[in-house]
Design a protein around this ligand. Structure first.
Ligand SMILES: Cc1cc2nc3c(=O)[nH]c(=O)nc-3n(C[C@H](O)[C@H](O)[C@H](O)COP(=O)(O)OP(=O)(O)OC[C@H]3O[C@@H](n4cnc5c(N)ncnc54)[C@H](O)[C@@H]3O)c2cc1C
Length: 382
């Protein structure tokens, strides 16, 4: 098997993460607080700007570098959920923004002066079915007036900008339901007509509800053409899937390591519990499945970086890696017995965090539906 890509980057990430042990994350988890210091240090080290081209102040590396960073963050017991979004949302500005917009936003994002961590797509009545969103942006002269509501808008309180998807033409007035949606960069600093409410969830994810009540967004903040926003968002989804898959691979490695260490050390009936096949086998199986998932992530990244189509591989990578991390989480918790439930072992926290990826940013069912329809040529089920 090939060694991991970007070994030097991985070493630096591990060194940085070592300063943020379980104790740090436990405290934040209890208080539902944001890992400000951790994100600031990642930003300062240029880790969140690896995908931004050098001409805009980033390091212009490929997606596999970003994946390596997120995987190591998670394998170290930390969590990239606090800051991973700018890696993929930035791509929408890079690919579809004008030269002026790139100049205006990207250098600030690269330096950390401007945080683009919020991504407003999901609404209370539109999650999986994105085109059903009801938030509208109505053009009035030089501005768009935004009304509506988003939900699960993570990190909105810790971001300056939000990438927002809104309807600029009613769903029943367009030829295809994917038409009539537009993407905006919303500057949330001192914005009038914008209310953010924290949404307490199963894990510490800084997620919120966002209400728009006549918020004015300058027309110059619309990315690309009016009405084509759904395609722009879709364009970035393969990258998002691969980055999330890399986080899942990192989680899987953390769980396997934690479970194996505990199984070697915990003595019950006068011998290490890891000597029992009933304890070994679930860990070994999760390891094997995790390695297979990691190969699929690597395959998807290779195709993406070669500029080839990678939709099926990116989707399979996300699903297999999320499944592998969840299986490893289950094996790890079971191996720890009662102590798996104790906060101080970090297992229960990581267990809650790992569960998310079965649902978000896309649920397993929708990946299976994608494969059935687009790879296996089966009838569309929805
Ligand atoms: C912690 C957290 C953070 C999030 N952060 C963000 C964010 O920053 N920005 C953002 O925009 N969104 C965010 N989301 C939202 C997330 O992307 C959605 O929850 C997800 O897309 C699913 O949408 P839903 O919750 O509305 O589920 P629904 O669409 O209501 O689906 C419910 C269930 O039904 C299943 N289902 C639906 N239709 C079908 C079908 N046709 N076939 C089979 N099964 C189906 C789904 O798989 C799912 O299991 C976040 C969510 C969470 C929990």
């Amino acid at each position: 098997m090939r060694g991991p890509a970007h070994p030097e980057i991985r070493d630096s990430v591990r060194a940085l993460c070592a300063k943020y042990p379980g104790e740090y994350w436990r405290r934040l988890d209890r208080e539902r607080a944001y890992p400000t210091e951790f994100v600031a240090e990642l930003t300062k080290a240029g880790m969140l700007a690896v995908l931004i081209p050098e001409e805009y102040g980033g390091s212009g590396l490929g997606l596999s570098a970003a994946a390596a960073i997120l995987e190591e963050i998670h394998a170290s017991g930390c969590n990239g959920g606090a800051c991973h979004a700018q890696m993929y949302t930035m791509g929408t500005i890079l690919r579809h923004g004008s030269k002026e917009q790139k100049q205006r936003f990207l250098p600030g994002i690269a330096s950390g002066e401007l945080r683009l961590q919020a991504f407003g797509v999901t609404e209370p009545t539109a999650g999986t079915d994105t085109t059903a969103i009801r938030t509208t942006a109505e053009r009035r002269g030089d501005v768009y007036v935004v009304n509506g509501q988003k939900v699960w808008t993570s990190r909105a309180e810790h971001s300056d900008l939000m990438l927002l998807l809104a309807r600029t033409a009613p769903r029943d007035k367009v030829a295809k339901k994917t038409d009539g949606l537009s993407v905006f960069v919303v500057d949330m600093r001192d914005a009038k007509g914008l209310t953010i409410k924290p949404l307490r969830a199963m894990m510490n994810h800084a997620t919120t509800e966002v209400f728009f009540d006549g918020l004015e967004v300058p027309a110059e903040n619309r990315i690309g053409e009016e009405g084509r926003g759904f395609r722009y968002i879709l364009d970035g989804m393969n990258a998002e899937r691969m980055l999330i898959a890399a986080e899942c691979v990192g989680d899987m490695r953390w769980f396997i390591d934690k479970a194996s260490t505990y199984a070697r050390e915990r003595v019950v009936f006068g011998r290490p519990i890891g000597q029992n096949q009933g304890v070994q086998f679930p860990i070994a199986r999760a390891y094997a499945e995790g390695q297979a998932a990691a190969l699929m992530v690597r395959e998807a990244l290779d195709l993406y970086e070669a500029g080839e189509a990678c939709g099926p591989q990116a989707n399979m990578a996300k699903m297999l890696a999320a499944d592998a991390s969840w299986k490893a989480a289950e094996a790890c918790l079971q191996t720890h017995g009662g102590f798996g439930f104790a906060e101080e072992y970090d297992v229960e926290r990581k267990f809650r965090e790992a569960r998310l990826y079965q649902v978000a940013p896309i649920s397993t069912n929708l990946i299976l539906a994608y494969l059935a329809e687009h790879v296996l040529d089966l009838p569309r089920s929805y």
